[in-house]
Design a protein around this ligand. Structure first.
Ligand code: IVH
Length: 673
């Protein structure tokens, strides 16, 4: 293709992609591909300015921003335009940015930058009149956006009234990002899955879709979050720097990202970028890069803006976490509860720093909806510790002769016809007791670290033992002999002795771990602890009435029904009796854990960061052993945060809420004193 034609095609492609992304919310390429094409376009336009088309994405104030109005919202013209940001992708780009800034300012003394995480959501402008929230407007095309005030009022992070403060102008405009945190995104997609709705590909799409809902009550339910990061007014008398501005906003009661900080040099900016990338996984929300801003407001004004972005700021993007690859096979897995999960086997691809070769396809309906076929090119997404997922198929790249996937009618492990209960998204193998796959998966769960914690009993060994018929249920594990184990692959005298003693030790398991190990539906680690604390023994739990179960804080009808169904089952009762005869009957004497300590009893702890000697799991165990409860995120209900190095956002949240922060030594000291 000659270069001119190539240019025409680039413009057309980019316009199509922008349309699919912004208007249809249904992209057909990943961000990295788009960015690469866009850079190519800019390079050609620099060589051949005479070719530049009117409709080139580089000419627009905003790449095909939602020109298509969202229905149902009034349009509002921003008092001051809302800009977007140029991108940097590597150290060279960021050094070039710094060099340009310095040159344009004539190599000033006292130049510093503020770096902030780049939140992956959507920009929102808030307008406060005498401290009261007057209006909330999306960016739209940068000049005019949708007025979504009603919905913004349902976002808990957005104050309706600012605290009284110096320098607050009568009319105060600020910008920030509306986003969904990982937990909110997961919960929303789980709800979508169970209600049979379309899944959101990522938190950004979910946040954008949620802010545009016409039903404000549903907006509230979605748990949108907000961080404030930029001034909308042209200036703010009395405040001269971005960092001071952020602190000032925080004092007004606005949520400001705690990771923002000042960097005195471009080297420091680069180090901050690397540090943010390290922290990225541990954050409760998605970030797709870091924003670098010139700190001084007067320097910002001196640098000014281009048509669609300021010259004083840049987005320093992370490598993408959405990638395309080829789907080579679809397998189905049988879980320990019989749930059948289809899994995509992928041509291995690096996604956000990890190799991905398998991704979940969720369930039968999801495969059908996305029409995923073997041979398809698909977009894969990975975020945080969530299992990678297939976001969508790129239909244009489908080879000829592919066939729609036909979901199996029978369990691949035991051949029993599968069932899909009315109104449920999950297909199941109903052969609870005899399906070998369910049996092995239950056993793998039973011996796992957070359950019976039988060291040396790995997944492979369990599968082998089940396959050879040496183990059918948990009871058989405790009857294994040295000869049984010696005949297994890679098992020598020494490892067999170690394993047998690990099995013996595991009989002293705590009640909560034992309960968790049994794998009752809806009884995870946390619920198991609550039940153990309340009932103290398996016998007491077996006798608990519905009312007694429901009277436990955080236990609802799902859990209570599951517990009652478990004990109503003869096979389960028999199993418990056999285990008891083998010496496994954990209890909490007098309703108290033997090691219960008044400092810990009944209090809620959160552990974060790297501790000097214990791992996080070990610290959590320590707390539980002494009667404390462990939660994953900091809330008003948290009693103590235990923080090590690189504690990050949980620490700042605890500090904001006035929750005491302890280090490892202080916690261990409690028990000694
Ligand atoms: S400042 C003129 N700060 O990134 C300055 N933007 O690609 C405008 N974003 O439209 C934005 N985190 O939606 C700024 N800490 C942050 C940000 C941030 C995310 C988004 C925002 C903006 C887009 C530009």
């Amino acid at each position: 293709m000659d270069e001119r034609k190539r240019y025409q095609k680039l413009v057309d492609d980019l316009n199509l992609h922008a349309y699919r992304y912004y208007v249809l919310n249904d992209p057909i390429v990943d961000d990295a591909t788009y960015d690469a094409k866009y850079r190519e376009l800019l390079a050609v336009e620099e060589q051949h300015p005479e070719w530049i088309r009117e409709d080139s994405p580089s000419r627009r104030t905003e790449p095909l921003a939602k020109t298509q109005a969202a229905k149902g919202f009034a349009k509002w013209t921003h008092r001051f335009p809302m800009f977007s940001l140029d991108n940097a992708f590597n150290e060279g780009d960021i050094r070039a940015f710094d060099a340009r800034v310095r040159k344009e300012l004539g190599n000033p003394d006292g130049l510093s930058y503020v770096v902030e995480p780049k939140l992956d959501g959507l920009a929102l402008e808030l307008e406060y009149e005498n401290g009261k929230l007057l209006r909330a407007v999306t960016r739209g095309d940068g000049k005019t956006g949708d007025e979504v005030t009603r919905n913004a009022l349902e976002i808990a992070d957005i104050p309706q009234q600012l605290s009284k403060h110096e320098h607050l102008p009568e009319l105060f405009n600020l910008r920030g990002e509306v986003y969904l945190d990982e937990a909110g995104f997961q919960a929303l997609n789980e709800r979508m899955l169970s209600e049979g709705g379309d899944l959101f590909a990522n938190p950004r799409n979910a946040a954008a879709g949620s802010l545009r809902l016409l039903d404000s009550r549903e907006v509230k339910r979605r748990g949108l979050r907000f961080f404030a990061y930029a001034l909308g007014n042209p200036e703010l008398p009395g405040i001269t720097h971005q960092m001071d501005f952020l602190t000032w906003m925080k004092n007004l009661g606005l949520p400001v990202n705690p990771l923002a900080r000042v960097c005195e040099s471009v080297e420091a900016v680069q180090r901050a970028y690397e540090a943010f990338q390290q922290q990225r996984e541990g954050l409760a929300y998605d970030i797709d890069g870091m924003v670098v801003k010139v700190n001084g407001f007067s320097m910002q004004r001196e640098l000014g803006t281009k048509s669609k972005s300021p010259r004083w700021a840049i987005a320093y993007k992370f490598p993408p976490i959405d990638r395309t690859t080829v789907l080579e096979d679809i397998q189905v897995q049988v879980g320990r509860t019989g749930a059948i999960t289809p899994v995509a086997v992928l041509k291995p691809v690096e996604v956000g720093g990890a190799m991905v070769s398998r991704a979940t396809l969720h369930n039968r309906d999801e495969i059908a909806r996305k029409d995923v076929r073997v041979g398809d090119t698909v977009i894969v997404r990975r975020s945080g510790d969530v299992i990678p997922m297939v976001v969508k198929v790129i239909a244009d790249l489908r080879p000829e002769g592919t066939k729609a996937f036909s979901f199996p009618e029978h369990c691949p492990a035991c051949g029993t016809p599968l069932v899909q209960p009315e109104g449920e998204a999950v297909t199941r193998c109903p052969n609870q007791f005899d399906c070998p796959a369910q049996r092995s998966q239950s056993l793998i769960h039973f011996v796992s670290k957070k359950a019976m914690n039988i060291d040396g009993m790995g997944e492979k060994l369990v599968l082998q033992l089940v396959e050879e018929g040496k183990v059918r249920s948990a009871v058989d594990l405790f009857r294994l002999s040295a000869e049984d184990l010696l005949s297994m692959e890679r098992m020598g005298e020494k490892s067999v002795q170690n394993l047998l003693s690990a099995i013996e030790t595991s009989k002293n398991v705590s009640l909560s771990r034992f309960l968790f190990a049994l794998g009752l539906r809806h009884v995870g680690e946390h619920v198991a602890e609550l039940l153990a604390l309340r009932f103290g023994s398996m016998d007491a739990l077996a006798k608990a009435s519905e009312e007694e179960l429901l009277s436990v804080d955080e236990v609802g009808p799902q859990v209570s029904q599951s517990v009652r169904a478990f004990f109503a089952d003869n096979a389960n009762r028999k199993l418990l009796n056999q285990l008891k005869e083998l010496g496994i009957d954990p209890r909490i004497e007098g309703g108290k854990k033997s090691e219960e300590h008044p400092f810990f009893a009944g209090k809620k702890f959160v552990v974060t960061g790297t501790l000097p000697s214990l791992s996080r799991d070990e610290m959590e165990d320590f707390i539980k052993r002494h009667g404390g409860l462990v939660a994953k995120s900091v809330s008003k209900k948290t009693d103590y945060l235990i923080a090590g190095e690189k504690a990050g956002s949980k620490r700042s949240k605890a500090e904001d809420l006035g929750i005491p922060v302890l280090d490892e030594a202080a916690v261990l000291q409690q028990v000694k004193s």
